[in-house]
Design a protein around this ligand. Structure first.
Ligand code: HEC
Length: 141
């Protein structure tokens, strides 16, 4: 009898822990997003309200901002999409771009590596990390 109670108790605890883990990962983690964004994007993008352009355009207020509207020297590849078929950086477009920038905008400078631009960004593999990055980007306003 006692061993049954212990067994059920242990099972209930295990289920609880599992559900708690699922619950935690179901919500974006903005603090994790801040760290991921600073490490993955901060090298090329200004994330602050000072709105300075660096290797890339500043990302302050980027969520729901139309693509290609900053006073920044975008590549022809980028403008051939952003100015020909205008769109807004909503979550779905950001998700596509940071999954694989070159797949969304072929030849975008963000994914190019060359002498004048030795760094390239190839995308964030983890869907949970992308979601956290986008959650953090939406706080930059
Ligand atoms: C290696 C440098 C580099 C890294 C790292 C980088 N970017 Fe970029 N990003 C650029 C460049 C350069 C452009 C301009 C693209 C062009 O002109 O082709 C750009 C453009 C953008 C744009 C378009 C903005 C607009 O005004 O329309 C967004 C959004 C963006 N980057 C988000 C990100 C995010 C989010 C990350 C991190 C997950 C990131 N970038 C990492 C260099 C980088």
């Amino acid at each position: 009898m006692l061993s049954k109670i212990i067994l059920w108790g242990a099972l209930t605890l295990a289920m609880g822990a599992l559900l708690f883990g699922v619950w935690v990962r179901a919500w974006p983690d903005v603090e994790m997003g801040r760290r991921l964004t600073e490490n993955n994007c901060g090298v090329c993008h200004d994330l602050t309200a000072t709105q300075k352009n660096r290797k890339g355009p500043f990302l302050w207020g980027v969520v729901n901002r139309p693509a290609g509207v900053v006073d920044f020297a975008y590549s022809a590849a980028f403008l051939s999409i952003a100015h020909v078929k205008p769109f807004v950086w909503d979550e779905a477009h950001l998700e596509r771009f940071i999954t694989d920038p070159g797949a969304f905008i072929p030849m975008t400078r963000m994914a190019q590596r060359d002498a004048g631009h030795p760094l390239a960004f190839e995308g964030i593999e983890s869907a949970a990390n992308r979601r956290d990055v986008i959650a953090y980007l939406s706080t930059l306003k």
